[in-house]
Ligand binder design. Sequence first.
Ligand code: ARG
Length: 578
Amino acid sequence: MACFFRRSVAAQLSRICGAHEDVFVPLLSAIPPSKKQLSPGLRLTVNSLVKNGTFSRDADLQTQTERLVKQVKEDGVVQEAVAGHGVINFRINTLLLAEKLLEQLHADPQSFGVKSEILQNLKKGRTLVEFSSPNIAKKFHAGHLRSTIIGNFIANLKQALGNDVIRVNYLGDWGMQFGLLGAGFQRLGSQEKLQENALQHLYEVYVQVNREAEHDGSIQLAAAEFFRRLEQHDKQALSLWKQFREITVEEYKKIYERLGVYFDQYSGESFHQSKTREVLKDLQSQGLLKTTEKGTGVVDLSAEGDLSSYATLVRSDGTSLYITRDVAAALDRKERFSFDEMIYVTDKSQSVHFQQLFQILQAMGHHWADGCVHVPFGLVVGMSSRLGEVVLLEDILNEARYRMLQNMREAKTSKELADPELTAEQIGVSALIIQDFKGPLISDYKFDWQKVLQAQGDTGVFLQYTHARLRSLLRMHSSESHTHFNPAQLQDNRSLSILQHLLRYDEVLLQSSLDLQPRHLVNFLITLSHLASSAHRELQVKGSSAEVAQARLRLFSCTCSVLSNGMKTLGISPVEKM
Ligand code: ARG
């Protein structure tokens, strides 16, 4: 509905300047609520008018701005236009703002923001998001957690904006580690423990056999032998590998469910093992694969063709590498899903890997690689649990739940809950997500449970708390009829700053979808929560006249819907009570 206002202002500008009004719609942004001078309103930067040719670069900009402002007429929507430094601010009719915004939001909360006109120019299509991608039997480290929640957010956002989204988990399920694991399991493994706690057991076996292999050559030989058998598809070796893989996927599914995450496909390096031969054949026939003196097969990625930069795709013993499997996987996915864009989410240490991958695809003539993106993120240090270092995803979730439950018990809030453990887990997870999404993804950060789980301040706990309080207020008044709504009762500063903030929701979604950074949405929701919680304190519902109460309830219920939708997009389940 922000569009209603943009449209009206754009229509005026179009009449004055001659350009079509569509040109102005995306240029008008809502003024953030902190800028009090001329709010609520819309803003147009003069630079954007220069860029699209509406203003002449050579003439005096200030004069042009002032002239334009003078030509703007006050009408039903625009109450005032003022030339600022490099911007034009339009104050809009606040009665109309309350009426139009809440009318639309109330009628269809799900499409608010996401169906906005300023988002319609984004390309829509099929988006494949590959994320999480842990390695079987190895540690699920903080990087995998980040990939999981970031990828989930990107998938949710893309989906909310009308794309067809495919979620892929690319497991590390092939390689020498399976030689060790296989050999180790034959000596140290137990089927019983595997059924009891598969991930833990496989990890323990893997750690133990690695330790032993360090000073026992026979284990290394056994590992190499096991892997050789695997590569030759020896029935017995393959069946053990299959069991490890299946049981791991089953376990992961359960834990991902606790996070509210799911995948359409569990693929992995193993699937592309056989396809790598075709990739190498292709490269060869195109003359792209060069054999080095050391006997390795490389693809030249340098501009000069002098091998100053290259990627190795074949080892000297003829086996393939991580990147070879990624080329095969990309081709397979394109064929299978015919995606328009593919997004890989991993830590920044793999940035070069993905740049090389995209370059190789281009060199092979697959220009759809233009639609492939790597979203890199920084390192997290110090994520540990009471039991020490975190090795499984489950450990992180259990720790978050445990700590949150402690906090809730101390605050004596857990008693009235139907399922305190579940609530504690949902709040704990939201705390992890907000902490992780607050800054630029590329930044490293130090993990601190205390800070993460604070109830005050800009945390996930605070968002949940605000949401739960609004829900409780709405439940309390749910029996009252909501037919009459008078926007004149929402003209105080607190209500207006919420409305003004809501006007920005679509812009924030646009920003996040352009740079794939969740922080725009996170900051929007945190500000919304601050505004909502002070409004909740100051704007009484109980004891107010029926008309005032109705108007405030409408404001609170709409605010709560946007908060809830935004949280869900981030991957957070909003709680009803806490
Ligand atoms: N399994 C890898 C790791 O843990 C991440 C896989 C990333 N995706 C890819 N297509 N290479 O580091």
